[in-house]
Write a protein that binds this ligand. Sequence first.
Ligand code: ATP
Ligand code: MG
Length: 224
Amino acid sequence: MISVSNVSMRYGAKVLFDEVSTAFTPGKRYGLTGPNGAGKSTFMNLLTGELEPQKGTVVRPRKLGVLRQDQFAFDAYRVLDTVIMGNQRLWAAMEERDRIYEKHEITNDDGMKLGELEGIVGEEDGYSAETDAALLLQGLDIPDEMHQRSMSELQGGQKVRVLLAQALFGHPQALLLDEPTNHLDLDSIHWLQSFLRNYDGVVIVITHDRHFLTSVCTHIADID
Ligand SMILES: Nc1ncnc2c1ncn2[C@@H]1O[C@H](COP(=O)(O)OP(=O)(O)OP(=O)(O)O)[C@@H](O)[C@H]1O
Ligand SMILES: [Mg+2]
C-alpha cells in the first residue's frame, strides 16, 4: 500500500497539488494520466521519495521497484550489475566494500568499515545477488551469454527487460513505471502487459499508450 495524506506541492505560482489524499492498494494497477505539465512525473517522484512534499506525507513500502524514463542511463554498466543496482542499499555497500578491498593497505578504520558493509551485504541477500539477478534475467528471456555484456550492446526491447529486472530485483512491494513502452517492440509490450497483469503488488504506470493503459490498468488516477 502507498498512502498519500494532505500532500501539497507548488512551483512558484503554479499549484500542482493542494491537500491531496489518496491510497494505492496491492493487486490494483493504476494508470496515472493527465495533460502535459499536469504533474504526473512530479507525483511519481513524490511517491518514490525522490522528492519531498512541501506539505503532507507519503507512506510507502520499504522496497519500491522503479522503471525510469531514461532507458540509456545504464549503458556503461554490465547487464548483471544493472539488475543488482535495483537494490540501492546493497549496491552502495558492495561498491564501497570493493573499493576498500582494492587498496594496498587496509587500515584499522577500513577494517571496521568492512565489517559494517559486510553486515549490510548480508542483510540484503548480497551473497546470492548474482544468482538471483541471473534467474530474474532468464525469466525475462535475456540469455546467460548476455549477462556479462554491457547494456550498450543490447537492443531497445532487451534493455527495457533488463531495466524491468532491475525494478523487480529485491522483491519490491510496488512497481512505479514511467512510460515503460517507449522504445519497446510489440513483442516486448505484450510480454510486459501480461507480466504486469500477473504481478500482485501495487502497480502505478504513466503512459500515453491507450492500448497499454486499457490492457493493463484496473484503475485510473487522473491528475486534473
Ligand atoms: N523543479 C521544478 N521547478 C519548477 N517547475 C517545475 C519543476 N518540476 C516540474 N515543474 C513544473 O511543474 C509542472 C509539472 O511537471 P511534470 O513534469 O510533473 O508534468 P508531467 O505531467 O509529467 O508532464 P509531461 O506529460 O510533459 O511529462 C510543469 O509545469 C513543470 O514545468
Ligand atoms: Mg512527465
